[in-house]
Design a binder for this molecule. Structure first.
Ligand code: MG
Length: 164
């Protein structure tokens, strides 16, 4: 790998959507959110961790979450997405500079859980809470998010070549 590629900062973005259904658990950023609806998924449905994994993999040009953890594989059925994130972080040959996540969800309000989400993600990635931003927005009742049919998440990360 040339110096340029091994030492330059690398940006990555990730995006994921999961449908909401009554009676299922809602996990976001590794935190269980009290809610009447949860995510329909092969894994635990943590749509925020999935977007984050894709951003990390994207920054490192290592493919996407579906490539590494195919939902056709029974091994990943109901899997805790925190394990997927730890696995992705272990693949990286870069340090994580910062992470910024935006969650679009109509309800419940996520403000009370944001700090715990940041701490949880930072702990898994082995970085400081100050390097992890989690933001939440509604879509003013517009679209599938606004109708409470699903949740949409965008993640952006910056990686740096590891110090020798
Ligand atoms: Mg997903």
């Amino acid at each position: 790998m040339s110096w340029l590629y091994s030492k330059s900062p690398r940006v990555g973005n990730g995006y994921d959507v999961h449908a909401l259904k009554e009676g299922l658990p809602m996990w976001l950023c590794g935190v269980r959110i009290p809610s009447e609806k949860g995510f329909v998924a092969h894994s635990d449905g943590d749509v925020a961790i999935h977007a984050l994994c894709d951003a990390l993999l994207g920054a490192a040009a290592l493919g996407d979450i579906g490539l590494h953890f195919p939902d056709s594989d029974p091994k990943f059925k109901g899997i805790d997405s925190k394990k997927l994130l730890a696995e992705v972080v272990s693949m990286l040959e870069y340090d994580i500079v910062n992470v910024d996540i935006t969650i679009a969800l109509q309800e419940p309000k996520l403000r009370p859980y944001i700090d715990q989400m940041r701490e949880t993600l930072a702990g898994i990635m082995g970085i400081d809470k100050g390097q992890v931003s989690v933001k939440a927005t509604t879509t003013e009742r517009l679209g599938f998010v606004g109708r409470g049919e699903g949740c949409e998440v965008w993640a952006t990360v910056l990686l740096m070549g590891k110090e020798d």
